[in-house]
Write a new protein. Structure first.
Length: 569
């Protein structure tokens, strides 16, 4: 019997036919509950098939509009077809399309289907008025069950008068948008209250997208027709600049070619200047989302031919700058690899060592300073770009930036120190001057110094290992082992008590010493009551002995070293 239901569904049988088949099944002896279940399943399938057929009709209509869009020359014909299709597919009484016109963003109803009066076409509505104004202002779809009582919109007089004349109640509007610009709105209306579901909203949005594209294409054709001479000049510019790029032209030569195409003075802006405020017109030069610069003209209302020229030149300039940057990055990568190899691998062959030094951009005969910056290597590289003197070599190595800079006559690093340690400087260690044969040792010293400074919280400093004083113990594994032994001797009982009682005794001691052994400020810094602090101090007196406060300075230094050693791992 199941095949009978399938044949009925395949033949798009009516609900009456399905019900008649159910009754026939019962009359033939099928249990009523079974026949009812089969009928319910058939009705669900019939509803699904009807929905699929409706979606197919809608898709066919959208495809038809898209196909005609490719060949139609008069957009008015296509817009009439769009509103007619929208009215038919949504089953509404009236559909109409309004366009934004003029600097005041007023709206004009351009085409309509199902209007009671031909006077609806041509009606101008002020910006923001009615549901249509809300849709255009927000760029989002909106519908209302009853326009007359809708409180979410501004009931502007002209819009309300037009709606009243047509007897509009249920109303759905979607924006005509293309490339982020809202050109107008497409609306579907009923003269009774009406709820619009998501499928109907999506269908109207699809039709609106085709209408928006037709409008935009028509306007583009008009603009191209009016500026054919400008287009020809632009195409000539494209050919000339492309040839220049293929010939290896640099940025300056390309800019000269662009400026030669117009008597209007054009300026080139670097990326920082391009981001700032401007009086005139600016066309950014962008590649992969990266702002490389901009072309600018000081006239706030330049000739359209100049604007078009700037728009066409921008991608060519971006291509040139991108190629130059790629070459610079490749060169830098090669130097980075050579520098990393130089600092991490010994080369017993003296001739090969000299070749490696030259490959990294260094002179084997000169002495060099080695600076290692902790933190983000690329941020440190940008910071180092402002240093005076010869650039030397640079490389990102083990999460740090390494700079190897040749030393001039009489230079000992003081000039480098002064130039580096400005506000916001990365934390760095310095070693040298050393001959080329000792660069690896100098790198190791500077790297350990930089990490020690970071662990000590001395951000933004540039320090040599010899300037660390007592903190130089952090620079070697043996020194840190001796420090660990000293911590165990001095603070072992405190650490053991802390583990057992889970009370932060070490942090309490450190904070107490940092606040000059003042109980009130210490308790506030720890976020505890002063009586709690006194209890902890009594525990410390018991563990450290009554005379421990005479050794306060030594303990404070030991605590700082212990914390820094922990951060160094």
């Amino acid at each position: 019997m199941t095949s009978d239901w399938v044949h009925l569904l395949a033949g798009q049988a009516s609900l009456d036919a399905l019900e008649a088949h159910r009754r026939a099944l019962v009359a033939a002896g099928t249990p009523p509950e079974r026949a009812d279940a089969q009928a319910r399943a058939a009705l669900e399938v019939a509803a699904l098939l009807a929905e699929r057929r409706q979606r197919a009709v809608e898709l066919a209509a959208l495809n038809d509009v898209a196909g005609r869009l490719a060949v139609v020359l008069d957009p008015e014909d296509l817009l009439r077809e769009v509103v007619a299709q929208a009215r038919r597919l949504l089953g509404v009484d009236l559909t109409y399309l309004a366009l934004v016109e003029g600097e005041d963003r007023a709206m004009r109803i351009a085409v309509a289907d199902g209007a009671r009066s031909p006077r609806l076409v041509g009606v101008r509505l002020p910006a923001g008025g009615g549901l249509i104004g809300r849709v255009i202002a927000s760029g989002e779809a909106m519908w209302t069950r009853d326009y007359r009582t809708e409180a979410r919109i501004e009931h502007e007089e002209t819009a309300d008068r037009a709606a009243s004349a047509e007897g509009l109640r249920g109303l759905l509007g979607v924006p005509l948008a293309v490339r982020g610009r809202v050109l107008g709105a497409l609306l579907a209306a009923k003269r009774q209250e009406r709820v619009f579901d998501d499928d109907e909203v999506r269908l109207l949005q699809g039709l609106a997208a085709h209408a928006a594209l037709a409008i935009d294409n028509a306007r583009s054709r008009q603009r191209l027709a009016e500026s054919e001479a400008v287009l020809q000049r632009t195409l000539a510019l494209d050919a000339e600049l492309t040839a220049a790029v293929l010939e290896g032209g640099d940025l300056d030569s390309l800019l000269e070619r662009v400026r030669a195409m117009t008597p209007t003075p054009l300026r080139w802006l670097d990326p920082d200047a391009a981001r700032g405020p401007h009086v005139g017109v600016v066309r950014p030069v962008v590649a992969a989302g990266d702002l490389l610069g901009a072309l600018a003209v000081d006239d706030p209302d330049p000739d359209p031919a100049v604007v078009l020229l700037m728009e066409r030149a921008a991608p060519v300039l971006a291509l040139t700058l991108t190629g130059r940057r790629a070459a610079e990055r490749a060169d830098r990568l090669g130097r980075d690899i050579a520098t990393v190899d130089l600092l991490t691998r010994a080369e017993p062959d003296a001739a090969a060592e000299r070749r490696r030094l030259r490959g990294a951009g260094l002179d084997p005969r000169r002495e060099h300073l080695v600076l290692v910056a902790d933190g983000d290597p690329e941020a440190a590289r940008r910071w180092a770009a402002g240093l005076p003197g010869e650039p030397g070599a640079a490389a990102a190595l083990r999460g740090q930036l390494v700079l190897v800079r040749p030393v001039g006559a009489g230079a000992d690093g003081a000039d480098l120190h002064d130039a580096w340690t400005r506000a916001g400087a990365p934390t760095a260690g310095l070693a040298g001057p050393v001959p080329a044969s000792e660069l690896r040792r100098a790198y190791a010293d500077a790297s350990r110094t930089a990490r020690a400074l970071t662990a000590l919280g001395r951000d933004g400093e540039l320090v040599r290992a010899g300037d660390l004083g007592v903190f130089a113990v952090l620079l070697s594994h043996s020194g840190r082992r001796e420090l660990a032994d000293q911590v165990q001797r001095e603070l072992g009982r405190v650490l053991a008590e802390e583990r057992v009682r889970r009370v932060p005794l070490v942090d309490t001691l450190r904070t107490y010493l940092e606040h000059g052994r003042r109980p009130t400020s210490t308790a506030a810094a720890l976020g505890v009551h002063v009586n709690t602090l006194y209890q902890r101090l009594a525990t410390l007196d018991r563990l450290l002995g009554d005379g421990w406060q005479k050794r306060a300075l030594d303990l404070q230094v030991l605590l700082v070293l212990h914390a820094a050693s922990g951060r160094l791992g």
